[in-house]
Design a protein around this ligand. Sequence first.
Ligand code: GLU
Length: 307
Amino acid sequence: MDSPASNPPRGAGRYAPSPSGDLHLGNLRTAVVAWVLARDSGRAFRMRVDDLDTARARPGVAERQLEDLASIGIDWDGEIMWESERAEAYAAAAGRLTDSGLVYECYCSRREIAEAPRAPHSPPGAYPGTCRNLTEAERAARREALGPGRVPALRLRAGLPELTVDDLVHGPYTGVVDDVVLRRGDGVWAYNLAVVVDDSDQGVDQVVRGEDLLPSTPRQAYLADLLGLRRPEYVHVPLAVNAAGERLAKRDGAVTLADLALEGTTTRAAVARIVASLGGPPGADSIDALRGVVSPASLRSGPWVVA
Ligand code: GLU
């Protein structure tokens, strides 16, 4: 057996698609970056399906996403984690926060939140604190008034307004922490809690994902701190955009492997475009060509304009 020194416990990177539709070139490219950075640093690579919201899940979508990821050469270690099977782990984590007095019930509708008076300098979108300091009697009355199928949302009693995280592409990033939702009013565990618990349980110590999630990162780092979990390293990848500079979307034409195939573009050709966009050798059509090429520094060149 290897001694611990020659075989240190390795961490892991991961990709965690939400099964809301087929992955487009920008999503696939982010997955490739996550895979390359994990493999190049000797980490394992995990796969997780962010299918928390089972009511909105569409059959077959996750399976197609996984097939597409495999078809471009991404492989992963161990079992796929499905968030829809993880409610107990999220409840346990929320329970620990509750035991520390850090959780309160929130009965507000979206509309009430939008219309509530706010403190003069509260950041846009921050929870106005309506349910933070209710009396027991007020709570009982509001619980009573919840509509059918509704449960109280659970919110974190955050101890600070904002937090700074280190991102390897963007540098120090300061963002709102806020009384983040841990469980929604429809009973679904919230993404920000799930991602922290899952990354820890999958041994993930390197989070590589789209730049659109950078604003959520201070909340997640704060939750990790409160739960006594190590913060992963963060690498937020600039997004793919269309010619107008807007985030790439399905309406931009043939941007998924299935659509490209209908146009006669092979998966290999799509991979070659992704490889070229990340500074790989011209004409290379395997993601292995990116080993040793992609780094947080190389990602600072900005968004990928998909023509
Ligand atoms: N499932 C999320 C998404 O597809 C990503 C979650 C994450 O990487 O933390 O946007």
